[in-house]
Design a binder for this molecule. Structure first.
Ligand code: RIB
Length: 279
């Protein structure tokens, strides 16, 4: 069965510089050359869901500029359909990313056109699952809340309209983002903990936990996005909580093995090979 996924989210041009160690506040450091890659939490999740075998539509807003056209072509090449292509008066979103040796990163996003995303009368109920993150404005988030099943990734951390949080079938957060959540008040929440894996809570009570495989980490940018997207795809495909979590931590770990947010997104075959090896 092919799962249909709607992604409501951002598309950014990622400008990445590699450094020995991330700069401290007030510090200037020298890095390598600037690398441009396709990114944005929404676009990364759309590409990861497509690689996991889903039929994916990304609802995103791009600027009427070279970056917007480049991102659209990158997404099409990865099998993602663009749901909203209306040009914005604002420029395409940009993420300034530094990645240190060992793969950790720091990111600043200039949202540009992402902030103006408006789904109009798009029918989100047509999708088996909808995934949304917080790099778009509240209007788009409220529209995403109409989904039959919403997986809400509360990244980057910022206030979320309460009705959107309440509409989410599952809320996904990393450890820092989870500090702003009342897990006990959420029907279902997943907290990711990097190499330590992920934990699934129902009303604050742990119901599943999974540990990722050990891999040689090159770049952690986008690993959380791969986790969210593949978790949503596997849930919609009928996996139980534990199986979906195992698949997602494995896919997230495999995504750290090459440069770029979309550079090492694993296919279903790859993830299943690693899962078979682990069992
Ligand atoms: O989650 C990683 C993403 O965050 C990057 O691709 C960047 O664009 C920012 O949105």
């Amino acid at each position: 069965m092919t799962v249909s996924v709607g992604v409501v989210g951002s598309a950014n041009v990622d400008l990445v510089v590699r450094v020995a160690a991330l700069p401290r506040r007030g510090e200037t450091v020298l890095g390598g050359d600037v690398e441009r890659s396709s990114g944005g939490k929404g676009a990364n999740q759309a590409v990861a869901a497509a690689a996991a075998g889903a039929k994916v539509t990304l609802f995103a807003r791009l600027g009427d500029d070279e970056s917007g056209r480049w991102l659209a072509s990158q997404l099409a090449a990865r099998g993602v359909t663009l749901g909203v292509t209306r040009a914005s008066a604002l420029p395409t979103g940009v993420a300034l990313i530094t990645v240190e040796e060992g793969g950790e990163n720091a990111i600043v996003v200039a949202p540009g056109a992402n902030a103006e995303l408006d789904l109009g009368d798009s029918d989100l109920r047509a999708f088996d699952v909808v995934v949304a993150q917080l790099e778009v404005g509240d209007r788009a988030l409220r529209q995403a809340a109409a989904a039959r099943r919403l997986v809400l990734n509360v990244a980057p951390s910022r206030p979320v309209p309460p009705e959107v949080l309440a509409a989410a079938a599952v809320v996904v957060a990393n450890e820092t983002e989870a500090e702003a959540l009342d897990l006990a008040a959420l029907a279902s929440a997943v907290v990711t903990r990097g190499a330590a894996g992920a934990v699934h809570y129902r009303h604050g009570r742990e119901v599943a936990r999974a540990i990722p495989p050990a891999v040689d980490v090159v770049d952690t940018v986008g690993a959380g996005d791969v986790f969210c997207a593949t978790y949503a795809v596997r849930l919609a495909a009928g996996d139980d909580d534990a199986a979906a979590l195992r698949y997602a931590v494995t896919a997230g770990a495999l995504a750290t093995r090459a440069r770029g947010a979309q550079g090492a997104v694993p296919t279903t075959e790859e993830v299943n090979r690693w899962l078979a090896r682990a069992s």
